[in-house]
Design a protein around this ligand. Structure first.
Ligand SMILES: Cc1cc2nc3c(=O)[nH]c(=O)nc-3n(C[C@H](O)[C@H](O)[C@H](O)COP(=O)(O)OP(=O)(O)OC[C@H]3O[C@@H](n4cnc5c(N)ncnc54)[C@H](O)[C@@H]3O)c2cc1C
Length: 331
């Protein structure tokens, strides 16, 4: 079977749509396979202020523009199409399996994104947007909580970094962590403690504690917190809750095809976004070293397609790896 497409993109989030625009506009036969509907994670937010060119736009509005732009240049976006497996054939083409159907591409861009881990407590789903008060991204949403009181949850690197970031905006921040020591790198934990111990610090800790419920009328007004050692419970009034308990990359379907990190992110050569499998690139939040932002996901998609052209010109380029030592994002 010959290639049905030049470029098959897995996932129609920002990374996949960025790739689709560049591939289709370059006259490549471009197919985007999306298991739900276009947009990915950003569809659930009503306020984006950090995508260049738009001072303020909702996720759905931005995605509509991105999708229309890509399809306007000829990209085919197929929704309800979940990729379940991939394989590389001896002739170098890539098979992409969607249910019983096998599509064949000259190159593939993996862009299935990641999913924020949830607390799974009452109220979390109900208030899940920065406007209502539950957020998973400090960089994205901290400015919306200027002079407000917020609770953060978690104890890893992101939790510490984003809590310190939030403290620059919020009037008061209370960090809830289920242990009494931090999983975060020591340098970050030290920075956190130095900030907490400053005179008149606006940041305090609730250690050995978990959030058991998020409550309010139409928006977050308080959280319930339980101390796991004493079993005592208390209520903390607040305007928002930031959940920093990790991310799960959506890479299960390709775990036997490309190399994954111990946490499930796709390993790649960070300069060219090549995986170990010739013809298969990776883009966006699912890759090792991703910045987990809209603009970086889009840029990844674009970069993957720029290097895809180099691969089409010279397939041997794939193994000319000059970037193995470029750091933690490496092969
Ligand atoms: C509530 C919220 C607010 C945010 N706000 C901001 C913000 O203000 N600014 C900012 O820069 N970032 C923000 N982010 C982060 C930003 O949304 C992500 O960094 C970005 O969406 C990552 O894009 P992506 O394309 O890599 O992945 P995703 O957005 O996760 O998209 C991946 C897509 O792939 C699909 N998919 C997964 N597996 C398969 C499969 N097997 N087959 C087919 N399709 C598949 C998924 O359904 C999804 O549509 C926010 C995130 C959230 C959740």
């Amino acid at each position: 079977m010959d290639a049905t497409h030049d470029c098959i993109i897995v996932g129609a989030g920002p990374a996949g749509l960025g790739a689709a625009l560049y591939a289709a506009r370059d006259r490549f036969r471009t197919l985007v396979l999306e298991k739900f509907y276009p947009g990915g994670q950003i569809m659930t937010t009503d306020r984006i202020e950090n995508y260049p060119g738009f001072e303020n736009i909702t996720g759905p509005d931005l995605i509509e523009k991105m999708s229309n732009q890509a399809t306007g240049f000829g990209a085919d976006i197929r929704t309800g199409a979940e990729v379940t497996a991939l394989a590389r054939r001896d002739d170098g083409l890539i098979e992409v399996h969607v249910d019983e159907e096998v599509l064949v591409g000259r190159a593939v861009v993996l862009a299935p994104g990641s999913t924020y881990r949830h607390l799974g407590v009452p109220g979390e789903e109900e208030f899940r947007s920065a406007g209502a008060g539950v957020s998973y991204c400090g960089t994205c949403d901290a400015p919306f909580f200027k002079d407000k009181k917020v609770v953060t949850v978690g104890g890893g690197n992101t939790a510490v970094e984003d809590t310190l970031h939030l403290a620059k905006f919020a009037r008061e921040v209370i960090m809830v962590h289920r242990r009494n020591e931090f999983r975060a790198a020591r340098v970050l934990a030290e920075e956190l403690m130095a900030y907490v111990n400053k005179p008149d610090s606006n940041l305090s800790l609730e250690l050995d504690s978990v959030v058991t419920a998020i409550e309010g009328e139409g928006k977050v007004e308080r959280v319930r917190v339980r101390n796991v050692k004493t079993e005592s419970e208390k209520t903390i009034d607040c305007d928002g809750v930031f959940v920093f308990v990790g991310m799960i990359p959506n890479t299960d379907f390709c775990k036997d095809f490309v190399e994954l990190s111990e946490h499930g992110y796709v390993k790649c050569d960070p300069a060219y976004l090549r995986t170990r499998v010739p013809g298969v690139f990776v883009a966006g939040d699912c890759r090792v070293g991703a910045a987990m932002q809209l603009v970086t996901a889009v840029a990844d998609g674009v970069n993957a397609v720029m290097w895809m052209k180099q691969y089409f010109r010279d397939p041997d380029w794939w193994n000319q790896g000059l970037t193995d030592e470029l750091g933690p994002g490496g092969w």
